[in-house]
Ligand binder design. Sequence first.
Ligand code: AMP
Length: 269
Amino acid sequence: MARQITGEGKTIGLVPTMGSLHEGHLSLIRRAAQKADVVIVSIFVNPTQFAPGEDFSSYPRNEKNDIEKIRLSGGDIVFIPKAIDIYPDDYQTYVTVEELTRTLEGTSRPTHFRGVTTVVTKLYNICRPDVVVFGMKDFQQAVVLRQMTTDLGYPIKFIIAPTVREPEGFAMSSRNAFFDNEQRSDALCLYYALRSARDMVKAGITSPEKIEKEMRAVIKATCSTAGIDYIAFNEFSTLRPVKKIAKGTICSLAVIIHGVRLIDNMKLM
Ligand code: AMP
């Protein structure tokens, strides 16, 4: 199929997703449609990026609605592989990005990125995209995949699109579907914390320790039961931790709200 499209001289855009699509995903599809002639959207809840005990089996699935949303957003082809197609019996080959995966999400979820880079490599090989679009919402994932794309020599234009937020401010996420109204307002604590970090930086504070302390207080004040996994301040492209907030510093955090692990981030300067 991909060969036929490129044979006709058309370019292919690819937007990999795990489905249960929201406005965040749709913004990526629209972006891809601006950049390529044919847009493929994959829906695959990838088992290898979930560790035992994570939410693979309960991850929200909604394919019928997804297909309609993709069509309305400018997607041309929906690719929904079966796990057995991606990982046939006796599957043994994995793609790993080294340094960039040893921090942040990689610390808390040590096998996660190996699953992500492997499945995206397979999607590249099947869909042969000229352009791919990933979301800033999962910024470490985007940085890791960008590195992998360059390292493996794929001639693919790599786009990182901005995070789409709910009107109240928190990042859209398929996992928000797990929440009732009260829990949703607790989930706002991530955004409030990031906003307070940004405001502190605007006021001239550049100490990560001071900012983290305030962010922890904001999170606890918004949701007393929140479990903070990490709050981190890193340089965007290298993911190296910073000693002082500077241009390009990104603050990211992972917080468990009512049993659901949420992540978010914001460029501070
Ligand atoms: P997922 O279905 O969660 O694997 O996400 C598929 C793609 O959508 C990834 O590139 C995510 O970074 C991106 N994405 C998820 N949520 C958002 C959002 N709120 N805004 C922009 N992109 C997003």
